[in-house]
Write a protein that binds this ligand. Structure first.
Ligand code: ADP
Ligand code: PAZ
Length: 288
C-alpha cells in the first residue's frame, strides 16, 4: 500500500525516527485490519438497531493500546490514528491517553505515592471508567483531563473534549488491567470491558531500559532546560550522571510497575506487537 506525500509528512511529524518501511509493512496492514473490525462492528450494531427499532447514534469503536513506559504506545497510537483517518469512510478518530487520569502530584505527594506514578494506586480509575462508559453510551462533549510530561503533572487549566468520535484510540499502561489491580474501583466493570480491540506493545526489558534512557537524554537536551520543566533540576547533570539518574528511575519505578502490573496483562490483548532493536516489530500474535 502506498502513502501520499501528505501522509508521509504527518507521520514524520509524529516521530522523526519512524521508519516508513515499517509503517508500510506493519502499521498500514494493521490499520486495514482494524478498519475491517470497525466495519464488522458497525454491521453488528446496525443489525441490533434494526432488531430494537433503535435510531440512536452508534457507539464508538474503542481501540486500547497497552504496554510498558517507553515501549512506544503513544507513537503507535498516533500513527494508527493518522492511518485510520485515511480510509474512504472518513471516520473521526479521537485519541486519549490515560495518564490524564493520574492523580495530580499534590495528591500523590500527600499519599506518599510519587515513586508509584503509573501504578494502579496512582490512577483515578473511577473517573476513567466513567469516561469510557459515558463515551460508549454516546454522550457528547466529554471533558478529559490532560497530563504533561514537561510539567510532570496533570494540567489544572487545560482539558480535552471528546465529542462522539467514530473510533477512540485509548492509550495507557493500564488499559488491560482488571478489578483485582484496583481495590479503589467502586464500579463492577473495568476499562477493558469497553474496549473492542486491544493491542499490547511488547519488547524485552533490557531494550525498554535503553529506550527509556534514550528518551530521557533527548528530553534533557530539549525540554529539561525549560524552567517550567519538572526535570529542570537535571539539566546540569553530566552525561554519565544523567544516564545513571534515568537508569535509577527506570529500575526503581517503571520496571517494577512493568513486572508487577503491566506484563501480567499482555495475554489479554487481542493482538501483541513484539518489538526488537530500534523499535522494529519482529512478530505479531493475533487472537483468533
Ligand atoms: N516506531 C518507532 N520507531 C522509532 N522510535 C520509536 C517508535 N516508537 C517509539 N519510539 C521512540 O521510543 C521512545 C518511547 O516512545 P513513546 O511513544 O514515547 O512511548 P510510551 O508512550 O510507550 O511511553 C521515544 O523516544 C520514541 O521516539
Ligand atoms: C506518566 C507515566 C506513568 C506515563 O507513562 P507513558 O505515557 O510514558 O507510558 C510515566 O511516564 C511516568 O512518569 N512514570 C513514573 C516514573 C518516571 O518515568 O518518571
Amino acid at each position: 500500500m502506498t502513502l501520499t506525500p501528505d501522509e508521509i509528512r504527518t507521520l514524520k511529524g509524529i516521530n522523526e525516527a519512524l521508519s516508513l518501511e515499517e509503517v508500510r509493512e506493519i502499521y498500514l496492514p494493521l490499520a486495514r485490519l482494524l478498519n475491517l473490525y470497525v466495519d464488522a462492528n458497525q454491521h453488528r450494531s446496525a443489525t441490533l438497531d434494526r432488531f430494537l427499532g433503535n435510531r440512536d447514534r452508534r457507539p464508538p469503536f474503542v481501540i486500547g493500546i497497552a504496554g510498558s513506559v517507553a515501549v512506544g504506545k503513544s507513537t503507535t497510537a498516533r500513527v494508527l490514528q493518522a492511518l485510520l483517518n485515511r480510509w474512504p469512510q472518513q471516520r473521526n478518530v479521537a485519541l486519549v491517553t490515560t495518564d490524564g487520569f493520574l492523580y495530580p502530584n499534590a495528591t500523590l505527594e500527600a499519599r506518599d505515592l510519587m515513586s508509584r506514578k503509573g501504578f494502579p494506586v496512582s490512577f483515578d480509575i473511577n473517573r476513567l471508567i466513567e469516561f469510557v462508559s459515558e463515551l460508549k453510551a454516546g454522550r457528547p462533549q466529554l471533558e478529559v483531563p490532560l497530563y504533561s510530561h514537561l510539567v510532570y503533572d496533570v494540567l489544572q487549566d487545560r482539558s480535552q473534549i471528546v465529542d462522539q468520535p467514530d473510533i477512540l484510540v485509548l492509550e495507557g499502561l493500564n488499559v488491560l488491567q482488571s478489578g483485582m489491580d484496583y481495590p479503589q474501583n467502586t464500579h463492577h466493570v473495568f476499562v477493558s470491558d469497553f474496549i473492542d480491540f486491544s493491542i499490547y506493545v511488547d519488547a524485552p526489558i533490557e531494550q525498554l531500559n535503553q529506550w527509556f534512557i534514550r528518551r530521557f537524554m533527548t528530553l534533557r537536551d530539549s525540554v529539561f532546560s525549560d524552567p517550567n520543566s519538572y526535570f529542570h533540576k537535571y539539566a546540569d547533570l553530566s552525561d554519565d550522571e544523567a544516564v545513571a539518574t534515568a537508569d535509577r528511575i527506570w529500575r526503581e519505578i517503571n520496571e517494577v510497575n512493568l513486572r508487577q502490573n503491566i506484563l501480567p496483562t499482555r495475554e489479554r490483548a487481542s493482538l501483541i506487537l513484539s518489538k526488537g532493536p530500534e523499535h522494529a516489530v519482529d512478530s505479531i500474535s493475533l487472537r483468533k
